[in-house]
Every structure is written in C-alpha cells, then in structure tokens.
Design a protein. Structure first.
Length: 72
C-alpha cells in the first residue's frame, strides 16, 4: 500500500471509523448489566486500546515524510 493511500486510510479510520467504534462499544456496554468497577475499567481499557493493534500497520510511519517523494 502506498504512503498516500495509508495516509488517507488512517484519516478515514480516525474521522469515521473510530467514532463509529466508540458508539458501538458504548452501546454494548450500556446494554450489559453493571459490572464491578474494576472489571468495567478493564473492559473499557481493552476496548480503548484494542482497536489500535489491528490497525497499527496503517498508522506506522504516517508522521514521517513521504518516502516515495525522494524517488522523483
């Protein structure tokens, strides 16, 4: 995947995908019965960090200059 495509995908994930994920996660947690505070904290921690690991490859190197630009 090219740098520009990854940059556009990362922007899409942050602007559209992450808010949708948050709404889904909060909806599921609000429908569930009340958990003990420590368990609920761990669930929210897992949900908060869990989305980033599968998408790590999209965000890796996005802050760096475009490596394809030097080849022109």
């Amino acid at each position: 995947m090219t740098y520009k495509a990854r940059k556009k995908l990362a922007l899409f994930v942050l602007v559209v995908g992450l808010p949708v994920y948050i709404v889904i996660a909060v909806t599921i947690m609000s429908q569930a019965s009340r958990f003990p505070l420590v368990v609920e904290f761990l669930i929210y921690l897992a949900l908060g960090i869990g989305w980033a690991f599968p998408l790590k490859w999209v965000f890796k190197g996005i802050g760096q200059p475009d490596p394809d630009q030097d080849r022109n």
